[in-house]
Design a protein around this ligand. Structure first.
Ligand SMILES: [Zn+2]
Length: 507
């Protein structure tokens, strides 16, 4: 591992020439002899650094590394059952953990991969986990058995489809009410409602903007909604890009590549503050203390409301503009995704901003102030709804933060165990909570089996709990959202107090 911190992590400052589309040289590997069993140097292995691998991050040259071996999978791109897009997202990276968690029930992918081996990688971009002791394999074996015995499709899209039909119906109705649109259809009259009913409708629309993201979009981004790339692309992008005006490519980099692999790993998980200083949040002890943090448990939760709005700009300026997403390098973005991003942003701005402000005979806003009030009520509601659901599961007194207390190149746990320790579940077996948080109350299950539809989590969580017990890994479940929320605020409070870092739960 490279000893220097800024050299070790991408952080957007790495001299990563291929980002700008200029890739002057490919394959800077050096050949070194590999000793065979007779002790003679009759075989040679090409050795690469992670930077060499990182240069091959396009459809023209797509390399990945898994368990220290480098593979040139360019020719496999078109045949990849999970689709080309997700493989290109993984291009140029160590994808060991994504590879395992995206192929949990089959060894077929491993045998395909072997054909494309071209060398070995000698270092790593981020801190590395210990190898699997058998814990994850055991979880996967039992979950696979569950699906075989119950004859269920792990990616069955239908529970998501009917739920979202309901949500979109409520969204359409609340949008009409919020906008003051009045009409009569087949004898049913929709009048122009009073201010406070419209205010309430704006809040409900905000919730309905968040729910498809927590359900279909989230599952699609993990290839868990239906069994083909078409499902994930159409359903996921419909909810994320067209309906909510955010961007799937940005989410893929932040969530799938960053957060899910390096959950709560400081300086690798994009959901955590990026640097040791100058962030309004202090979530890990390694961050430099400022007296302002004393009040973070008070000022941060209200700020979560702007999260949704921030996403709409962050994807434009960071993912597409600077080709970074926190500590994650963003691979070159194809022209088709640029076009899609621009068209969907225009679409969202048209139906949420331009039409309501110009078609005044249909959208009955009495003043600009009234429009802005309802617009921000909806947006803040979406922001709060998403932020609280995501925050309570990871930013909590119950969670671990690898690399957060002391800088390390080696995480003390294997990946799957680290996932269990970096997540906290709550409110198990509560149908309403599970629906409203998109099954994020089963966070451990989601992190271990992201490619399984969220509607299976309650059943699978029971299996994982059993394996955790056998392997002596603590699986934390809080009784309800209230206690999860309290543990979140308590963590903000603890880290806001100077010198109390040792008191937080660091496993
Ligand atoms: Zn996820």
């Amino acid at each position: 591992m490279a000893p220097n911190q800024t050299e070790f992590f991408g952080n957007g400052k790495l001299d990563f020439r291929s980002r700008k589309g200029t890739m002057p040289s490919l394959g800077n590997g050096s050949r070194t002899p590999r000793h065979n069993t007779t002790g003679t140097d009759d075989a040679e292995t090409t050795v690469y650094t992670w930077r060499d691998v990182a240069k091959h991050c396009t459809a023209e040259s797509c390399w990945v590394s898994v368990r220290g071996k480098v593979y040139d999978v360019t020719k496999w791109l078109e045949n990849h059952p999970g689709g080309k897009e997700i493989l290109l997202l993984a291009a140029g990276r160590d994808i060991t953990l994504a590879f395992d968690s995206y192929h949990p029930f089959s060894t077929k992918a491993e045998s395909v991969l072997k054909k494309y081996e071209i060398g070995e990688v000698v270092d790593a971009e981020y801190p590395t986990y210990k190898p699997d002791s058998g814990f994850y394999k055991e979880c996967a074996k039992r979950v696979k058995k569950y699906f075989e015995e119950t004859k269920q499709n792990p990616k069955n899209p239908w529970p998501g489809i009917w739920r979202m039909m309901l949500v979109f119906a409520v969204a359409a109705f609340s949008f009409i009410v919020m906008s003051g649109i009045s009409f009569t259809y087949k004898g049913i009259e929709i009048p122009e409602f009073t201010y406070w009913v419209r205010f309430l409708a704006a809040g409900i629309f905000g919730v309905c903007q968040a729910l498809p993201l927590l359900h279909v979009m989230h599952d699609s981004s993990h290839l868990a909604f239906g069994n083909s790339e078409l499902w994930w692309k159409i359903a996921g992008r419909f909810c994320m890009d067209w309906y909510a005006g955010a961007n799937m490519t940005s989410w893929h980099n932040q969530h799938v590549i960053g957060h899910h692999i390096y959950t709560n790993v400081f300086e690798a998980d994009p959901d955590l503050p990026e640097k040791v200083e100058n962030d309004p949040r202090r979530l890990v002890p390694r961050q430099k203390y400022q007296s302002l943090y004393k009040w973070q448990y008070i000022y941060l939760p209200p700020l979560y409301g702007i999260l949704g709005l921030k996403f709409r700009f962050q994807d434009l300026f960071e993912t597409y503009g600077a080709h970074v997403n926190g500590p994650v390098r963003v691979n070159p973005i194809p022209l088709s995704q640029w076009a899609e991003m621009i068209i969907t942003k225009i679409f969202w701005a048209t139906y949420r901003i331009i039409l309501p402000l110009t078609l005044t005979n249909i959208f009955k806003y009495e003043s600009l102030a009234m429009y802005l009030t309802f617009f921000f009520v909806a947006e803040f509601m979406t922001g709060y709804f998403l932020a609280f659901n995501f925050q309570v599961s990871h930013v909590s007194t119950e969670c671990d933060y690898p690399n957060g207390e002391e800088k390390t190149d080696q995480i003390s746990d294997e990946w799957a165990v680290s996932q269990v320790r970096a997540c906290v579940d709550y409110s198990h077996d509560n149908y309403l909570t599970t629906f409203f948080c998109g099954a994020l109350n089963y966070q451990v299950t989601h992190h271990l089996f992201p490619t399984v539809s969220q509607y299976h989590y309650p059943a699978i969580a029971k299996i994982i709990k059993e394996v955790c017990k056998e392997y002596d890994v603590e699986y934390k479940v809080l009784p309800d959202f209230k206690s999860a929320f309290y543990a979140h605020v308590k963590h903000l409070y603890n880290l806001g107090q100077d010198g109390v870092a040792a008191e937080v739960h660091m496993g």
